[in-house]
Write a protein that binds this ligand. Structure first.
Ligand code: PLP
Ligand code: ZN
Length: 430
């Protein structure tokens, strides 16, 4: 197992090792295996020593009230009591993501035939995707574990968020991406870090390389590899915010894009925690997952009614969702089945149409991941699986300026004319 601590002999999680400082992870008490429940001490660990299942942060929450949360800052740290971060987290430099808009989307609702619809718009985070949330939590863990390098394998947005957060925190960053990534996403990382590494391969190749480096090098915190349990908790804040912004209640239905599947599983975890803490009323809700046909291993397994997810080689314009071997795919199947939802997939053309639909109805420019979520929502309504009479939230996870090419062939100037009134009239634009 790889680790980020540098002292010899402290990297394997044995009893008696030098651990992180008291309070470094707030109300978190251990890492627990999602498969067998085995617990290990909080540290730079991500795989269960008993069964190699994924480790997840476990807490002992104190009483938390709505008023305490509402008195907090207008970013994810308002939920710090529910995250693996120290109680003074606001005082260490980070990009302060979160508390993004939950927009009532009546035009889009009318277009889709849904009664009450909201868009949770995470394109307005500091680096314009939901990844700023997870990176802020990973940064805190990296700092508490004394990491020297803050790193990630990325489909693009994560690299942007890591590079920016590292710059602000004054920690060295190295980000790895597939070399065929969209140019804007490359520039959006390179502007923050000197160490953008383009790898000739797909995301799954990049991820494998990162795991290898994490195993060989001391002091590297790969946000989604060896500090993944802390990273993943950041996605819970999407769920907390949706509930708080709806007036402290859960939506009936939520549609979430699926890459590794982490975000979807953590929104569900957030809803469960809010119920358990008495912050919202217990009620049933339905979770839907959205994938692209060119990379839909979880959707394929869902439709086939099987548990095994067969890895695929991604081929889709939705590059931010192009993870062919999704680590949390199996839990996405569990949650969508348990809640009566589904995982659906759409074509690249449907994704492009989804981007334009959201833009023309609500004035929100989403990237290909959001186009996927929109197109899947439409497909779910049309096939009768999403109930149009129930309150629905769709999550927009990233900004369209990062994937301009996806729609540049579809939208553009209606006419190119001479600068004269006659030419304007002749063009027939009323
Ligand atoms: C990373 C990402 C997702 C999904 O992430 P998970 O790996 O499933 O948690 C969704 N949308 C965008 C824009 C992303 O960058
Ligand atoms: Zn285990």
């Amino acid at each position: 197992m790889s680790a980020v601590v540098t002292e010899p002999g402290t990297t394997e999680g044995q009893a008696g090792q030098a651990g992180p400082r008291e309070g470094a992870f707030g109300n978190a008490v251990a890492l627990a295996c999602r498969e067998c429940g085995h617990r290990v001490a909080l540290g730079p660990f991500y795989a269960c020593p008993e069964c190699f299942g994924p480790l997840e942060v476990a807490y002992e929450f104190p009483a938390v009230t709505r008023e305490q949360i509402e008195a907090g800052p207008r970013n994810i740290w308002r939920y710090k009591a529910l995250l693996p971060v120290p109680t003074d987290i606001e005082t260490s430099p980070n990009t302060e993501p979160g508390f993004t808009r939950l927009l009532r989307a009546d035009n889009l609702a009318r277009e889709l035939g849904i009664d009450r619809l909201w868009v949770k718009d995470d394109s307005t985070n500091p680096t314009n995707s939901f990844k700023d949330r997870v990176v802020a939590c990973a940064l805190s863990a990296a700092r508490e574990l004394d990491a020297k390098v803050f790193a990630c394998p990325s489909t693009g947005n994560l690299a942007n968020a890591v590079a920016a957060a590292g710059a602000r925190a004054g920690i060295r960053t190295v980000v790895f991406i597939p070399s065929n990534l969209e140019q804007p996403k490359q520039v959006n990382s390179a502007v923050f870090t000197e160490n953008l590494v383009a790898v000739d391969g797909n995301y799954d190749d990049v991820n494998k390389l990162a795991s290898e480096i994490a195993g060989e090098e001391d002091g590297w915190a790969f946000v989604n590899v060896n500090v993944r349990p802390y990273y993943a908790e950041g996605s819970k804040t999407l769920g907390y915010e949706i509930a708080e912004q709806l007036g402290w209640r859960l939506p009936d239905q939520v549609v979430i894009p699926v890459a590794s599947g982490s975000q979807l599983t953590k929104v569900d975890k957030a809803f469960q925690e809010l119920i358990r803490l008495g912050l919202v009323e217990d009620k049933p809700y339905t979770v839907f997952g959205a994938q692209a046909e060119g990379c839909g291993p979880v959707a394929t397994a869902f439709k086939a009614g099987v548990d095994a997810i067969r890895p695929v080689k991604p081929d889709t314009i939705a590059k931010s969702l192009a993870i062919g071997n999704p680590a949390d795919g199996i839990y996405v199947l569990d949650i969508t089945r348990r809640t009566g939802g589904a995982v659906e997939e759409v074509t690249d053309d449907e994704i492009r149409a989804g981007i334009v639909l959201l833009a023309r109805t609500e004035g929100i420019f989403t990237e290909t991941a959001g186009g996927t979520t929109l197109a899947v929502t439409k497909k779910l309504v049309e096939s009768g699986r999403l109930d149009p009479a129930k309150e629905t939230v769709v999550i927009n996870t990233g900004h369209g300026l990062k994937t301009l090419d996806a729609v540049s062939g579809r939208v553009g100037a209606a006419a190119t004319i001479a600068p004269s009134y006659d030419a304007f009239k002749a063009a027939g634009i009323a």
